[in-house]
Design a protein around this ligand. Structure first.
Ligand code: G3I
Length: 357
């Protein structure tokens, strides 16, 4: 009887310590000596008990996936709608998690009113700058107690490396300005509104040599002119075939010549080799994922985090874009994240957490 009791106690102790260790060993803990680990959330992720528990256990930086964007907080001129953005900010305040502000100026998800007059014609540069300043001032001031950095300008550089155009030409900003002055203004207005927040330029396909050079040249010029920019955001929407680790490493090194802060802002590794946001899939329904592709994804993430760890002195935070495959903006077939359709860790999660170096 005594023996059975002893065996049972030992088994219980072992199980308890296993559970404790399993609980403790999470993304944010594993990466504590390296950088913060962030996640872009929707409102379900922070209200559903299971999902919010996953967020709180694993992440120590949060980005609002959509609700802080210009269109959502400022749909009409002078009319603000803070309700959803406040929910994310309050979640961060209540749980002591820092918030990455995303984003102040972007050609997408921004009200047409920013660019046009009541007759639908583009306004002058001066009027645009005035509206930008009002918007930036309002948003930055509302969240300055909790937001530690802002993506001030998002995706302003031309993504077509075969085109001679340096800046994106399909945007209200371009239609009005035909140059990059508005980008500099946005940073000045953000600094004016909060001298303490770190200010970022954020873009995708940042490892493409042509686009990378454009980002580099623009930021270099801004720094030389005294524009208040602190960091570059590498969105990192990657796939199982690329970019190569050599290019990721080179990109971090190049950007670190210019700025003190580099953030990986929107990481996901999709199961296809399409780039950009063109190949999206359904967000509901059954899908069967290819085991070989999942294996490739695991290897890719493993290599990628090796590169990130190696560059820890340059990287402050690595943020995943969405919590789980269940709600990725890319849809279910791309399954680009570390958590699955039920918000449970995939095998790749353990690979990223249990690294050896
Ligand atoms: O909220 C409406 C809903 O009311 C409506 O019924 C539904 C019908 O389509 O649309 C919903 O809005 C969608 C919104 O996401 C919220 O789910 C928009 O259509 C959809 O376009 C929007 O997509 C967002 C996308 O930015 C817009 O370009 C994605 O969720 C978001 O993940 C994505 O995030 C961007 C970053 O901000 C910048 N970098 C690229 C990244 C991925 O595209």
């Amino acid at each position: 009887m005594k023996r059975i009791y002893l065996i049972l106690s030992a088994a219980l102790l072992f199980a308890a310590s296993y559970v404790a260790n399993a609980q403790m060993y999470t993304l944010k803990d594993a990466y504590k000596p390296y950088f913060s680990v962030g996640v872009a959330v929707n409102l379900r992720n922070i209200s559903d008990p299971q999902q919010s528990a996953v967020v709180l256990r694993n992440f120590n930086s949060i980005t609002a996936e959509n609700v802080m964007k210009p269109q959502l907080v400022h749909p009409y001129q002078g009319e603000f709608d803070w309700e959803d953005a406040d929910k994310v900010a309050d979640f961060c305040r209540q749980n002591g998690i820092k918030l990455r502000g995303h984003c102040l100026m972007w050609h997408k998800q921004i009200g047409e009113w920013m660019f046009k007059d009541e007759n639908g014609n583009y306004v002058s540069k001066e009027i645009l700058f005035d509206r930008m300043r009002t918007h930036i001032n309002a948003v930055v001031n509302r969240y300055k107690d909790i937001v530690y950095c802002w993506d001030v300008v998002n995706e302003a550089i031309n993504d077509d490396s075969t085109s001679p155009d340096f800046y994106r030409t399909t945007s209200g900003f371009w239609e009005i300005c035909h140059d990059g002055e508005w980008i500099e203004k946005a940073f000045q207005y953000a600094r004016e509104a909060d001298p303490n927040a770190l200010l970022f330029y954020n873009d995708f396909n940042e490892c493409d040599p042509v686009k990378r050079q454009r980002i580099y040249d623009m930021v270099k010029k801004m720094k030389a002119k005294g524009v208040p920019i602190d960091g570059i955001g590498m969105q990192a929407h990657y796939n199982i075939f690329g970019p190569s680790m050599k290019e990721v490493d080179k990109t971090i090194k190049m950007f670190s010549e210019l700025v003190e802060h580099i953030h990986v802002t929107e990481l996901d590794v999709r199961l296809t080799n399409s780039t950009g946001g063109n190949q999206r899939y359904a967000q509901t329904g059954e899908v069967t994922l290819n085991e070989e592709d999942l294996k490739k994804q695991e290897e890719y993430y493993d290599e990628l985090f090796k590169v990130f760890r190696k560059n820890k002195k340059y990287l402050d935070v690595v943020t995943f874009w969405n919590l789980a495959d269940a709600d990725s903006w890319l849809g279910r077939q791309n399954a680009p994240l570390l958590f699955d359709f039920n918000f449970r860790p995939k095998p790749v999660y353990r690979t990223v957490v249990n690294f050896k170096d």
